[in-house]
Design a protein around this ligand. Structure first.
Ligand SMILES: *Cc1c(COP(=O)(O)O)cnc(C)c1O
Length: 374
């Protein structure tokens, strides 16, 4: 008998997986250097901490005994959850730590959604909510932003009996707009408790507006609220992959069932616990980012380039030419930015705030690229 030698992927792979367009990660720095021939690379594409990891985390990492790498890590991030509980005055059971906040997005969606369910979010926000929903076979209701901000009444209108989760990013990546406390509470009150609300606070530590709501402090009032935080952004630990969620104990009890045990490695746990207590690093990072934003934004405005700058460690610029072309031309000059066409912002780029040298290099390169385009 002939053995067929090609797989029938059509029948093996669910339709929603076949239809999904995978995200293409950027190449490692050395590979980009060969392609684009830059001397030095400034990474302004991923909103990483311009000062690097928290020094206290670095110390903890240096103190990590490499030989203990043969042991499995704590499967539930025991000490880190204790640290989080102390810091936020909650029970350790109210936290679930993941391999980046990206992993906890998957846990939440898988814990609550099944075929036929949907999630609701904005069309221009962090894309991973929509991606996980799509390749999990769920529908996503994407509500267009209104003037760079979420459209609250339309979000409410789009929710139906099949809506399990509404995802809000506060402040929003990439537009930087935020829900103040009273607006958020009004929205949460209107949602009621028929649906879950995820508040993604990946950049919350950057926001200093007095009316910015701390989602974790709202957990007492809203049993359907789930808050995401990460160690990738202000704590400077993106490469270690560690983030977490906080919610009521009855929600975390359900969500934990979908967690893959041991997904958070031992070194990340040690680094995150040390970073959590490093208030000085957080303060310094906030100051540098504020200062450099205060430098960059007027410089861009002076050139007459449309800019969307609000909260967080990033800004968006509208280019007079194709954003993918800008991406390539900037890389030739050693500046990595994020082109935004794939995020439904054609011809916009997102730029992370870096140290002063990086901002000067960015402005110089942008001048050349736009002069070239004239
Ligand atoms: C960076 C980011 C995350 C999560 O990042 P992890 O590195 O997976 O922890 C989550 N939400 C938003 C809005 C982000 O920008």
């Amino acid at each position: 008998m002939m053995r067929p030698n090609t797989l029938n992927l059509e029948s093996l792979v669910p339709r929603h997986v076949q239809r999904f367009e995978p995200y293409i990660p950027s190449r490692p720095e050395e590979e980009l250097r060969k392609l684009y021939r830059f001397q030095k690379l400034y990474r302004l594409n991923n909103n990483e901490n311009p000062l690097g990891p928290s020094p206290q985390a670095l110390e903890a990492i240096a103190g990590f005994h490499p030989a203990s790498g043969c042991y499995y890590p704590s499967g539930d991030c025991f000490y880190l959850r204790q640290g989080l509980a102390e810091r936020f005055q909650l029970n350790p059971d109210q936290f679930i730590v993941g391999n980046g906040a990206n992993e906890v997005i998957g846990m939440v969606i898988h814990a609550f959604c099944q075929e036929g369910d949907n999630i609701v979010t904005a069309d221009k926000t962090f894309a991973v909510y929509e991606w996980v929903a799509s390749f999990s076979g769920l529908e996503t209701q994407l509500v267009p932003l209104q003037g760079f901000s979420y459209d609250d009444p339309e979000l409410l209108r789009r929710m139906n009996g099949k809506t399990k989760i509404v995802f809000l990013c506060n402040p929003n990546n990439p537009t930087g707009t935020y829900w103040d406390r009273s607006r958020l509470c009004r929205f949460l009150d209107a949602v009621g408790i028929q649906h879950l609300v995820v508040l993604d606070e990946a950049y919350a530590e950057y926001v200093q507006c007095p009316d910015f709501p701390d989602g974790i402090s709202l957990l007492h009032e809203y049993p359907n609220l789930i808050v995401f935080r990460t160690f990738s952004k202000i704590y400077g630990l993106a490469g270690f992959r560690i983030g977490y969620l906080a919610a009521s104990g009855s929600l975390t009890d359900m969500i934990r069932r979908t967690a893959v045990v041991y997904s958070v490695n031992a070194l990340a746990q040690v680094a995150a616990l040390a970073a959590l207590g490093d208030n000085e690093h957080i303060q310094r990072t906030r100051e540098v980012v504020q200062e450099e934003k205060n430098f960059l934004v007027p410089a861009i405005r002076k050139k007459g380039i449309p800019i969307q700058a609000d909260q967080g460690c990033f800004v968006m610029l509208r280019m007079p030419i194709n954003d993918t072309l800008v991406y390539r031309k900037m890389l030739q000059r050693g500046i990595m930015i994020r082109s935004m066409t794939g995020f439904r912002f054609p011809n916009w780029i997102r730029v992370s705030i870096g140290q002063h040298e990086a901002m000067e290099a960015f402005l110089a390169a942008l001048n050349e690229v736009l002069d070239d385009a004239q």
